[in-house]
Design a protein around this ligand. Sequence first.
Ligand SMILES: [Zn+2]
Length: 430
Amino acid sequence: MTTLRIAGGQVLRPDMTVERADVLIDQDDGTILAVGDVADADETLDASDGLVIPGLVNAHCHAAMTLLRGYADDKPLDSWLREDVWPVEAALTPEDVRAGTELGMLEMIKSGTTGFADMYFEVDEVAEAVEEAGLRARIGHGVVTIGKDEEVAREDFETSLAIAEEFDGAADGRITTAVMPHSLTTVGEEYLDDYISRTRDLGVPLHYHANETRDEVAPIVEERGKRPLEYAREKGMTGESDFVAHGVHVNTTEIDLLAETGTGVIHCPASNMKLASGMAPVQAMLDAGVTVGLGTDGAASNNDLDMFGEMRDAAMLGKLAANDASAVAAESVVEMATRGSATALGFDSGRIEEGANADLAVIDLSSAHLVPHHDLVSHLAYAARGSDVKHTICDGTVLMADREPLTLDEKSVTENAEKRAKELAERATE
Ligand SMILES: [Zn+2]
């Protein structure tokens, strides 16, 4: 057994208390062996002056969209997708997806994110990139059937199932999968009828966008006389392992439905604000017992993958939405970004405890904006930034030490992404 000791830091425990302790990791099986005073280990990583936290989990993301960062801003969801995003995505090559995913993961590692859910295409490239970067991910192929011939639409769904089957459990179990219909309005009912039961036979979760904008809710209510998530339940798309992105415009019936079925909701506050989609009733969902995780969505609607920014946005927006300054408190957003997201994604991560996955980050507490140290949970939610992360560890492997990424080459990843993004934009406007 090879062991790693995260030494001398303050540690955020699952009950949100902070104590000074070492964390001992079994690097062979990638789990936490002990928290407390531990004996010497094969390797030691210094965490004095630091706060050891569970690695953050970005539970809804399209990592390769980092190539579109700053490409098109300041438009509502529908026209932004149709006029800008989808045309450019149609010009993406597998190599572009690889480059964008690597850029996204570099950003995640540098900001303390150790796990994520990714909905995209060219997923074999995504899987290879995840394997190389050392992160934990639930990945899948996003299916859109509207505007497509039946044969092409069916091929798209078949791809999503095949990808889910092929890569589940890859990279020593760090990679898991889901079948990912894009949303309840961009995938036709006839396809849901055929493919959801096949997803269940495969035994993988479903992940889709739901109730993101009013424009997405209204047509379902008008056409079917029921709410989108009632429709989703009728189609067999809700359950303990399933998770939906956004859940902005959910009513009380849908909140109860989410809680009853155990379906996770991934809150994406920055994306919801930027696209003016609305304010999710996060505190009401938490009060009802819904599993709520946190995600950045794609970098084109955020525009970064920094989960610290997302925690702050979630707290701020949650208070506005509830018209209550005590709503969506610091502890709640830290919980959402760690255990909430991990639970929604089915990862045994998001908590620093014996037996859990050794997915951790160490925050440097010495910067001016993190002094004094009255309340470190408050700092995580309101004052810390991704650039405060000193070390990142996933599955017991050190992915970044003293801000130097070890699994991805920072220079070549950023240069390649810059070059490919430029060529992509030129191709898309030809
Ligand atoms: Zn999304």
